[in-house]
Structures are given as C-alpha cells and as structure tokens.
Design a binder for this molecule. Sequence first.
Ligand code: NAD
Length: 490
Amino acid sequence: MGFQHPDISKFPQYANVIGEDKETGGSGEAWAHVYPATGKVTREIKLASPADVDRAAAAAKAAQPAWRALPGDKRRDLMFKLASVIEANAAEMTPLLTAESGAIILSGPHMSADAAQKFRYYGGWADKIEGRTVKTWGGPAHDYVAYEPYGTIGVIVPWNGPLFAATMVIAPALAAGNCVVLKAPEIAPWSLMKFMELVQQAGFPPGVVNLVTGGADVGASMVDHPGIDKIEFIGSGATAKKILASASQLLKPVGLELGGKSAVVVFADANLQSAAKRGLTGAVSAAGQGCVNGTRLLVERTIYEPYLEMLQVMAGHIKIGDPFAADTIMGPVISESALNRIHGMVERGAKVGGRVLLGGERLGGDHAQGYYYPITILADVTQDTEIAQTEVFGPVLAVTPFDSEEEAILLANGTDYGLGAYVHTNNVARAHRVAGQMMAGQVQVNGSGEAMTPCVPFGGMKHSGHGRLGGIEGLREFQQVRNVWVNLQD
Ligand code: NAD
C-alpha cells in the first residue's frame, strides 16, 4: 500500500522562460523536488542563478515599452485569451498542483478557474485605464492625473498556492502595462512552469512575462536588481523583513502579502452548525497552510463546550490521505521540518495549559511515509501563549472562550497579525458593529473563504502586510501617479 506518486512524465520541461527562450534548467544549483505525500523525490531541476535574473530583467525591460504602448483593447484581448487557455488546460494543471505541494486533487479545478477569472477581471480593466482632470486653485490651468505602469514587477510567491498567488499579482500588473519577472518557488515549481506554457500559447509577446525558478538567492537578486522597478512579495514576515532591508538600499517599492493568525469569533446567537463547519476549515483547508485560514477560534462561553463537541464530530468525517484520491479532503503538510515545527508548537501549547482535544501526534501507517499531521484542536488556549499569537501553518486550531462582545474584539485584535477575521452571529447590528472593529484586511460575516474573488481587495493590516491585490486597489498597486499642470495664461 501507499499513496500514489506523481507521474513525472507529465511535468513541464522548462524551468526558466526568458524572453523567447525556454530553458530546461537555470545556471544555478540543482534542486531535488520532494512530493510531500510520499516523501520521495519527483524530479531534479537546475535552478536559476542571479545571472538568469539579470537576463530575465533585461528581457522584461526590452518588452515593456511596446507592452505599455499596446492599446488597452489588445492587452485586454490577450488577457481574455489567456483566461480561456487556462480553462482549457485545467485538466493538465490539476495534477501538477497536487504534485508540487500535496494539495488535494479536489482543489485543482478551482485553482485554474480562479486564475482564469483573474485574467478576465483585470483584462476588463486593461481598456479602462483613465486619468482624471482636477480643478486647481489659482490661475487658469488645465490639470490632469495619469496612471502609469512602474515598468518591471518582480513577483516572489510562496510554495502554498503559487498559481493562486502569482496570478493575483500578474493579472493587475499586466493590465496596468507592466512586464513581469516571476520567481517560481523551488519547493513547489510545477504549476508556474505550466502557467508559462499557457502564457506562450495565448500569444503574449516574448519578455512580457518571464520565469525564473529558484530559492532565496534568486529572490534576493530580484530585490537587488536595479532593472526591476517594484517587488510584490507574498510570503512570511521573516523574509519580508530581509526584503525590505535590501529594497531600502535602492529605495525600491515593495508590496507585502504576509501571514496571519486570523480569528474566528463565534457568538452564541450564531448558526452553530455553520460556525463549526467553517471553523474547522481553518485546519482542513490546505492542511492549515493558508495565509488567511481562521486558526484562532474565539467562542462565547455559553456555547463553548457544545461547539468544541461539534468541531470534534465534524473533524472525524474528514478524510486525510492520498492527495490524488478524489475523496481526500486533507493532504500532507509541505515538509518534515514543517511537521516538526507544527508538532513543537502543539507540544508547547499543551505545556502552557492548552487542552489537546484531538490530534497532537504525527500520523502513522500509510501516512508515515509522507508529512501528515492530523487535525489538532487545542482548547482553553490563553491569549499570551505562542499558540495563540504565532502562525502555525499547519492543521491546528487554538480555541479560547470569551464572555462579552468587548472581550471578543480585544482577543481577536490581540496579535501582531491582521489578515482575516471571521464573525459568526445572526444579529445584524452586532455583525456590522464587530466587523467594523476588526483590525484585519478581510472580515467575513458567517463565511469562510467565499470572499476571495478577484474583484475584492485582499491584503493585510499590521504585520500581515500592506498594499492590496484584487479589485481596483490591486490595479493601483501597479500604477504610479503622474500629475500634469498646464498653464493656460500665456
Ligand atoms: P517564505 O517567506 O519562506 O518564502 C516566500 C518566497 O520568498 C519564496 O519564493 C522564497 O524562495 C522567497 N525568499 C526566501 N528568502 C528570500 C529573500 N531573502 N529574498 C527574496 N526572496 C526570498 O514563505 P513560505 O514558507 O514560502 O510561505 C509561507 C508564508 O507565506 C506564510 O507565512 C503564509 O501565511 C504566507 N502567505 C501569505 C499570503 C498572502 O496573500 N497574504 C499567501 C500565501 C502565503
């Protein structure tokens, strides 16, 4: 027995795409990619090096004037075409998404549909980029504001959902007239390699989107590269600090989409079934490896024990196993070191009073060959502990009771993060009152992820980042503003 290993004969063949050139490998180190469900190597890739980044930045720079000058309707049509190509190739993309990170096969079609939607949404903006005129004070003048692209955007994404993260940036960046140097993370490289095939199939001019596959050194060289005009970074706060330090030397703008410890606030008047089902998704969705997963459950004391009971019963119905199996709902975590980090946090959480209701030990049997951690629920977690304050990035829920609305708000806002917040209540006034006090970029009332469409701004407050992707705010992220004043007097 054992879990199915990916079919590597279907993997994309090129690691870098620079201008017109498709390169099977870069000029950097070799990397052996590991499939998390079996712990075995899939294929070795030769990663990019800073020299490859240099060529990619040059290709983007060369392509950008023509891309910027291309009429908006032409940019729109290419982006619409890419959306259709992504949809037509969803069946090929899906197994790659599973192979690269152990994401369940069930989630693949949604990922392609989401990527296509982003190119349709922002393709729709490409022919609607307008400025505005301003009535200035003083003498007769004509004053207008124009929105211009930056030039080249360096896109650095994490291993969890690289296609999701990259397209969230690339679609608005292209619509605004920028070119792109994209880094595929070496830990999960296959979907972005495939994405590049689709970009080429759609007929984008060479150099508009370039790909380098690599790790931290490649990302760092993108940040340091004078030919890359803005960095959009999606990843951890620890890496963001290094990026900001380097970018400060070139005064380079950086957009940051970082981690979270999002609160799920459950009031006694909520629909408990729905609040428990949605509360559980914080652990189950991507095995808890999602930036915006609700992983801190704050539950009104009068319903605390029944809610915990419900969570445990529901968790018992979640099938954890082979990500390639159609009925698997939760897969592995990304690596052995992630397993150890998660387990260490659970152990320390238990030592300081967390009551382990479920899970808490690495899974054995068939699961032992891969990196499997069970759904783990720690109840009675207190606010000042590591498990309440720090992103676990694994299938772990920390649960804390509260006694009043004021206390719930204090607890929910009481971490350094500010990415998501979820409020469960059937009281409309309370829903708006509490939502309006959440220090988080996304607040969902009686929801758990439905809001993640391209037309809404997504991003964090506090240590969860700054800047927004999605919606008109996402477009503005990749535009610079020019104000022009014309003297009409002489
Ligand atoms: P990470 O910070 O380790 O790596 C992210 C990317 O940065 C990778 O491509 C990596 O190669 C690159 N990198 C590493 N060091 C670098 C450096 N010095 N300079 C430039 N690039 C460098 O994060 P991860 O472990 O891949 O991802 C998990 C984190 O990402 C979690 O904290 C998660 O919450 C966050 N995340 C946030 C969002 C969001 O939209 N807010 C989405 C997904 C993941």
